[in-house]
Design a protein around this ligand. Structure first.
Ligand code: ATP
Length: 505
């Protein structure tokens, strides 16, 4: 048996392959497809929802189970409208957009410039790429939209559709979706669909701190939907209008935020590696444009088939959010720290804590996991004259996140083998998600499970009826091991346990 990794195909075809694989095998479907879909909205299918739930669980438990000082909440999507005034989203949550007058297509001005910088980088001109990003950052920070347009013209950036540089001015476009509460539609009843989950955490800071009896430093974790009216929604589930975030706000004593920022930056990178995203496909990218309140911000980027792109942001946000909520709500958001300050010998006393946040998109993590797992390899099967070489596709998912942990195959549909397979299924179904498959040849059944990433296939044959042993076939190596049925629980349990990931952290 030999396995040889095939070099990655071209960027576009690889993403297209993944998109069609995701649909065909029940991972991701376009939303409302029978009506020709809804742009930038997707549904997760039977295998997709299992994989996504496993990824969310893995994050949740890494936060709230591995750290006594991180607790969770589940806040509502709707929030008091003043929340978004306080957070700056009403006035400032916008992207610079630009339209091409010939194609009538709309683009994000910063994305056009970033793509140009990536072109320079790919051509080996890192200096020019960095200079362009720095200039863009400077103009955006200064809110110089005319300057941004000028830069697009100077860089001779053309519309990919019309191939012309006939651009409108750059304008800001607010990304929040709004709707009305109650029966009367006027301005006072306008509320927003949250564009991030973080604010649900900030407004509950004191409720959580008191009820969970937490002392600073401590964190609040949350997983939930967020909505953004993205101008350019492309690249499959990478940029959606409805998506899911996994955020953790960590409240610290002012002055200690630098150390905590470094700690969380490293912790989160290790988490992605432990899950199976290789170190050489992950990188840190410092923000070119810092929000005015931010002390530091970095993205963890993954190398997707379409290049290195953000999957998670780590931000040191000072006391900006809590202070803003304190001002608008007129409710103190202070914490009394009774630890002794060694310099004064007195308690640190009252302060508004600083915040270091980690914010990862569940959907982007899902896509990164899928892109990494989706592999095509050349294998040799059989001996002597019967030997043949073929390619196989498989999802090399970490067993802990695989949608199905094991598939049980009776070798034939008779002689009591299906009953034996069902007996094994019933003895293990409290512990793992399993399937029993009787149809098709055993080879076809193996292939089907490889394509959805099932780590183990259990073959039930005539010998099983005699000595209660089965053959366990491993997805990645295709090796087969004979073992007693009585050992399956601990054998599979060991491989699919989250502990295999946690112990690498
Ligand atoms: P981008 O620059 O790509 O628009 P962002 O910097 O605005 O992302 P954050 O506001 O930091 O993103 O959000 C935190 C995380 O939420 C991101 O790292 C990403 O994983 C996820 N996320 C943000 N917007 C989307 C979206 N439209 N679709 C899917 N995931 C998203």
């Amino acid at each position: 048996m030999s396995n040889e990794q095939k070099p990655a195909a071209t960027a576009e075809s690889t993403l297209a392959d993944i998109v069609s694989h995701a649909k065909e095998y029940g991972f991701v479907f376009p939303s409302s497809e029978i009506y020709d879909g809804l742009a930038a909205v997707y549904d997760y299918g039977p295998n997709g929802v299992e994989l996504k739930n496993n990824l969310k669980q893995l994050w949740w438990r890494a936060m709230t189970q591995l750290n006594q000082n991180v607790v969770g909440i589940d806040a509502a999507i709707f929030m008091h409208p003043l929340t978004w005034k306080a957070s700056g989203h009403v006035d400032g949550f916008s992207d610079p957009m630009i339209d091409n007058l010939d194609s009538k297509k709309r683009y994000r001005a910063d994305v056009l410039l970033e793509e140009k910088a990536a072109e320079y980088e790919n051509a080996g001109d890192q200096v020019r790429a960095d200079a362009l990003l720095a200039e863009m950052g400077r103009l955006l920070t200064a809110e110089d939209l005319a300057g941004v347009k000028q830069l697009i013209l100077e860089e001779k950036i053309l519309c990919p559709v019309s191939k012309t540089g006939n651009w409108t001015d750059v304008r800001q476009f607010n990304l929040m979706f709004s709707t009305q509460v109650g029966a009367v539609a006027d301005d006072s009843s306008k509320i927003y669909l949250r564009p991030e989950t973080a604010q649900g955490i900030f407004v509950n800071f004191l409720n959580v701190q008191k009820s969970a009896r937490q002392k600073v430093p401590f964190g609040i974790a949350q997983i939930g939907k967020a909505f953004r009216n993205e101008i350019v929604a492309r690249q499959f589930i990478f940029r959606m209008r409805e998506f899911e975030q996994m955020e953790m706000q960590f409240f610290v004593r002012p002055g200690t935020e630098g150390e905590w920022y470094q700690t969380w930056k490293e912790t989160r990178r290790r988490w992605h590696e432990a899950l199976g995203l290789p170190a050489d496909k992950l990188r840190f990218h410092d923000h070119d444009k810092l929000a005015h309140y931010a002390k530091a911000a970095v993205d963890i980027e993954f190398e997707f088939p379409f290049g290195f792109k953000e999957i998670e942001g780590i931000h040191s946000r000072s006391d900006f959010d809590l202070t803003q909520h304190q001002n608008l709500s007129r409710k103190k958001q202070q914490y009394f720290d009774n630890d002794l300050n060694p310099e004064t010998g007195k308690p640190y006393g009252n302060y508004v804590p600083y915040v270091v946040e980690t914010s990862v998109g569940a959907d982007r993590l899902f896509l990164a996991t899928l892109c990494q797992a989706y592999q095509e390899e050349t294998i040799t099967e059989g001996e002597g004259e019967k030997q043949q070489t073929k390619t196989r596709k498989l999802l090399r998912l970490h067993p802990a996140v695989a949608p199905i942990k094991a598939a049980i195959f009776p070798l034939v549909k008779k002689d009591g083998l299906p009953d034996k397979a069902n007996e094994i299924y019933n003895s293990l179904r409290h512990d793992f998600r399993l399937v029993v498959e009787e149809k098709d040849s055993i080879g076809t059944r193996y292939t089907r499970q490889d394509l959805i990433g099932t780590p183990f296939c259990i073959a039930v044959d005539h010998q099983t009826l005699e000595d209660n042993t089965v053959t366990v076939r491993h997805r990645d190596s295709r090796e087969q091991t004979r073992m007693p049925i009585a050992e399956l629980r601990s054998y599979i349990g060991e491989a699919v346990s989250f502990s295999r990931i946690f112990e690498k952290l």
